[in-house]
Structure formats: C-alpha cells, structure tokens
Design a protein around this ligand. Structure first.
Ligand code: AMP
Length: 233
C-alpha cells in the first residue's frame, strides 16, 4: 500500500510540524519543492543557477523544471511507498502531471490535507512569532509563558514600535524573522497563498480527495484529526 499526501495550508497553519508527525508515523518522507530548490544552491551547473535566479526574483520556477525535479525525487528509494508533498503542486499543470506520474506507478494522490486557519489568526501567528537558539518558538499573542515581550518605540516616532522578546529565566534574546516583522510581507504571502491555492482546492475537491482539518487547535488535536482523515483512505 502506498500513501501520497498533499499538504496545503496558509503559512502559520503548522504544516511543517504536522509533516514531521506524518513522516514518523507513516514512514514516508516529506518532499518540499522549496527545500529541493534551495538545496540546489550547492550546485554550480546551469540549471541550478537558473533556479537560484528565479527564486531570488520571487517568481515560480517553470512547470517542466519543477515536475522533472519532483519526478526525480519520487524515484528515490525512500519515496517508494509514498511521500508528503509540501509546496507542490502549485497549479493545475503540476497537479495533472503528478496524477499522470503516479498513475504510471499504479498509485494515486490518496488525500489532500487542507489545514484551515482563519487568515487573521494566520497573520497573528506570523507577526507575533519569535524563536530561540534551540528552535523553541513563542508568540506574543498565543504562547507568551516565560517570555517578556515588549513593544519598543524607536526614538524617531515616524516608525512603528518594534517587538523585542527575552526569556525571563535566562535572559536569552529571542529572534524574529525579518519577513515576519513586516506586516506587508505577511499580507503578500497570504495573498499569494489565496491566489495559487484556491483553484487547486477546487480542482481536488471535484475528485473528492480534499480532507479539511481545523488548524486552529492544539498540535495534538490537529494530529488526531489528520490520522482520522488518513484512516478513511
Ligand atoms: P517555498 O519554500 O515553498 O515558499 O518555495 C520557495 C521558492 O521555490 C518559491 O518562491 C518558488 O520560486 C520555488 N518553488 C517552490 N515550489 C514550487 C513549485 N511547486 N512550482 C514552482 N516554483 C516553486
């Protein structure tokens, strides 16, 4: 039995964390096209350079290149019985390619897991997020225990206050990703998600394989719902 799962959800919906849980539980690897492209930075060939230029410009890599890289990844031994796809497919051409490709292997997309999160919550999850050196994550709106959050006004009041955060016990200063600190950057990410994902959801809904999961719950509750959704395939 193979298991091919597509993970979808706005940034902040907890895809990375849930992908890790699926990976460990079902023994299939997470395949993120963004990660595959970023890994090409270490290569010096023409294709790798072309991909880096496209990514730096904020555009999407062309479908033929993306599909070929996914097909190559799916042929690796650890992906023999399935994968969790993250960031792919991003449009209907890629979706149709994936379906044809799996059909040739006598497999199919078993489920599209849609982690649903209200966009205001998604905004707060990104805007309020800070992280520690060991990877622990906190949020000034949702998960502030043990952390001192402050909004500091710069001397020049032309700029909005800046969020700083310190672990109360150790004094460690927590880091905020620059693209999370910019409300405009977060809004652009959410807009891009809406534009690219909505048509794909309709495409897969017509095939009856979309499983909607409420992502505005604890990690454990989301994980329970995912297992239930995958059990019905
Ligand atoms: P991500 O980490 O998913 O945000 O992807 C980072 C970048 O990789 C994107 O901005 C695109 O340039 C490229 N990329 C990732 N996945 C795809 C895809 N499915 N189709 C085209 N380009 C992609």
């Amino acid at each position: 039995m193979s298991l091919y799962v597509i993970l979808m959800g706005v940034q902040g919906a907890g895809k990375g964390l849930q992908a890790k849980l699926i990976e460990d539980h079902y023994g299939i690897p997470q395949v993120s096209t963004g990660d595959l492209f970023r890994a090409m930075r270490r290569r010096q060939d023409e294709l790798a350079r072309k991909v880096q230029d496209i990514m730096a410009s904020g555009q999407l890599v062309d479908d033929d290149t993306t599909n070929a890289i996914v097909a190559d990844r799916l042929a690796q031994p650890d992906a023999r019985t399935g994968v969790i796809l993250d960031g792919y497919p991003r449009n209907q051409i890629q979706a149709a390619f994936l379906e044809r490709h799996l059909q040739e292997k006598c497999a199919r997309v078993n489920a599209v897991l849609l982690l649903e999160l209200e966009l205001y919550v998604a905004f707060k999850r990104a805007f309020g997020r800070v992280s520690a050196g060991d990877g622990a994550s906190f949020n000034c709106y949702y998960n502030a225990d043990g952390v001192d959050f402050r909004w500091e006004s710069p001397a020049d009041s032309a700029y909005p206050p800046r969020l700083t955060a310190t672990v109360s016990a150790s004094g460690e200063n927590l880091r905020r990703r620059p693209d999370d600190a910019s409300g405009d950057a977060i809004i652009k990410r959410i807009d891009t998600y809406l534009e690219t994902t909505q048509p794909l959801i309709s495409y897969f809904e017509a095939k009856g394989i979309v499983r909607k999961i409420n992502a505005d719950q604890s990690i454990e509750a989301v994980w329970r719902d995912i297992r239930r959704a995958l059990a019905t395939n």
